[in-house]
Design a protein around this ligand. Sequence first.
Ligand SMILES: Nc1nc2c(c(=O)[nH]1)N[C@H]1C(S)=C(S)[C@@H](COP(=O)(O)OP(=O)(O)OC[C@H]3O[C@@H](n4cnc5c(=O)[nH]c(N)nc54)[C@H](O)[C@@H]3O)O[C@H]1N2
Ligand SMILES: Nc1nc2c(c(=O)[nH]1)N[C@H]1C(S)=C(S)[C@@H](COP(=O)(O)OP(=O)(O)OC[C@H]3O[C@@H](n4cnc5c(=O)[nH]c(N)nc54)[C@H](O)[C@@H]3O)O[C@H]1N2
Ligand code: SF4
Ligand SMILES: [Mo]
Length: 696
Amino acid sequence: MAVQKTITHCTICEMICGLVVTSEDDRVVSVLPDKKNPYTWRDYCIKGAHSGDVRDHTHRIRQPMRRVGDHYEPATYDEAIADISTRLKAIRDVHGVNAIASYSGNPAGSTFSIQNYMNALIDAIGSTTRFSVGSVDQNAVLVAAKAMFGSEGTMLLPDLDDCDYYLLFGSNPAISRMCWMGKTPNGWKRMLARMPQAKLTIVDPRRTESADKASRHVAILPEQDWAFMLGMLKVIFSEGLDRLGRHDLVANVDVLKDLALSVDLGDMSARCRVSVNEIEEVAREFATARTAVAIARTGPAQGRNGTLAEWLSLVLNLVTDRIDTPGGRFLPNWPISLSRLGRPSAKLPVVKSRVRGLPQVGGGFSLAELPDEITTPGKGQVRALFIASGNPVSAGPDGAAIDAALAELDLLVSIDMFQRESHRHAHWLIPGTHMLEREEIHVKMHSMNDRPFIQTSRRAVPVPEGIIPEWEFLLRLADAMDVKLFGGHVATPDELAESFLKSTGVVTVEQIRAAEHGLEFGERTLGHLWREFEEIGEKLDACPAAFAEMLRQRLAEPLVRGDAQAYPFQLISRRRKGMMNAWLSDTVAMLSEADSTNVVEIHSTDAANCGLTDGQPVTIRSENGALDLVLRVTDRCRRGVALFEHGWGGRVSDPASGTVTWSEGKMRNLLIGADELDPLTGVPRLNGMPVAIEAR
Ligand SMILES: Nc1nc2c(c(=O)[nH]1)N[C@H]1C(S)=C(S)[C@@H](COP(=O)(O)OP(=O)(O)OC[C@H]3O[C@@H](n4cnc5c(=O)[nH]c(N)nc54)[C@H](O)[C@@H]3O)O[C@H]1N2
Ligand SMILES: Nc1nc2c(c(=O)[nH]1)N[C@H]1C(S)=C(S)[C@@H](COP(=O)(O)OP(=O)(O)OC[C@H]3O[C@@H](n4cnc5c(=O)[nH]c(N)nc54)[C@H](O)[C@@H]3O)O[C@H]1N2
Ligand code: SF4
Ligand SMILES: [Mo]
């Protein structure tokens, strides 16, 4: 028996924790944290521990599958590439290049080869029709960074270990870990270790697992973080608690200050349903702490006011001198600065969508636009779509509309290890590789580390016979279409990584490969953001005009939602330890948690007022749809919100037999409308969607 130990890293979430994988006869036996990984080893979780389940799952797709009528038949890669390229050429000739589109999901982002090669194919074809998972995730960060700092890539990380006051808006790191557009391995425990001398304030409509450990929990109304933050700014400015560090490099502070001073604290309190007293206390605690960070995460970002929350959270750091200072938020600039790389592209014209005319963010259109772009006739109407490691029907708004639109395509190609909900109508199912089968250096992910560290993943088990890596499939497809990926300058992911790394002159592929447990290269230093501004001779914009305009619109809105009578609740979500978005739900990691997938939780007073009781069958209804669920009465959710989880209700099929092998729970996003979006990010109301709950 061939027992082998491989040192690699996980890519299930952004944390990319170091792993030691034991395999025997090419099967995964155990996955443990790599305790010699100097950077990530303490941050390891059940998802990574059970990652082998996915690799050896019985329903994994192990060869290309072609749709023939209402079933699938196995095919070779040559057949797949010949058929797909022929169809793509025909679509391109009749409908134009923009009729060929892609959607890359979350796992594509944490896999260097998949996302880069998928994007490269769409680029090489000449299409600009990419849909982005960021539109149901982090677009607010990109939009705020571009408007304030000049580049979408300018993401500021918290200096956790020197911070005395953590102010977290809409994040539950006890479950989700501290990973979102930046990496602070073991971040949750690092914060807890600094308490009680440090304070942690969690702003969340639900008293979460993280709030249980916090020094303060602020039970805010969904989508109203901006009002809380603006109230804080009013207090900070009017009490003279502001301390702007680099006056010389910041523009429009006066406009911002006037705006903040003009609001009424009582009005802000009424909008976010947090008392004036609590807003004042948090503002003073935050502003007077020795060091502090304010961070907004997916809670507000996945709603209609995400940009405002992201902007104002950055402003809170800015006006109290917590940017690029110890214990504040800083710009990592290793091994390549996304910030600098993004700057030239920020000057290029922004691509707008055909039907709604919305701008691309992070190089992609909003998922909310996908159905219209497929079903609305005209030049550039999407006729072919690649879904690379994604499940847009489960992840996006109005899943039913996305599903119906996907059924109308002339060509749908899914590149995934499984056939899930979004792949039901696929003409071709192209197998994906598993992370433990890949060897690559994810330059971009590592550039978001909070310390200079980079690592290669290593192949712990072989790619099963019959499967070729996603990038190789895309490269061969490009050849068949007579187009060149990356202008023909690079072929393999290693060459691509090398081309990125070359520009830094800091580390080489060889050095990274040679470092068994990952490579630490140098000390972390602060001050890169201001230095960048000095170098390019520009200023940070504290109050971008479009943001101020949106803020004024929100301030002019009535205090109570117009639809509050018909839809008294606003929907929020939660994550589970063993699940990753809408996947891993059918693996061992989830077995102990797989109960109660159809439960909606509301506050006991709300339940009593509606005449509803715990355990009662109810219908939850939005303007977009209705689902039958069971009520759970709780005091964890604040009044006026309903908690129902994302990630359930999708089906996994075995294309060989045509049977559905797994489905559990109801699909939450059927309730989410695709019309009302944050106008600056294209993000739908995944959090905050108005709903009604009634007995059935
Ligand atoms: N209501 C609501 N909606 C949400 C959210 C929410 O909190 N609430 N969360 C949002 C967020 S934060 C995100 S990031 C998005 C996620 O949106 P998506 O990325 O579209 O959805 P996932 O469920 O993560 O699906 C990932 C797919 O990738 C496949 N996959 C996993 N690993 C690999 C691999 O190594 N190779 C290949 N080829 N395929 C792989 C899986 O089998 C799965 O089908 O959903 C968003 N949608
Ligand atoms: N186990 C596990 N870990 C994960 C994932 C997973 O699915 N499972 N997903 C990964 C991914 S893709 C991502 S993007 C990250 C996300 O990581 P986080 O950003 O930490 O996301 P959540 O844990 O969903 O926490 C969001 C919180 O926001 C609250 N909330 C909802 N609406 C609002 C609002 O309007 N305002 C405020 N202030 N709060 C609100 C919710 O109640 C919830 O507690 O987690 C990653 N880690
Ligand atoms: S899923 Fe778990 S083990 Fe994998 S990178 Fe994320 S935190 Fe680490
Ligand atoms: Mo995400």
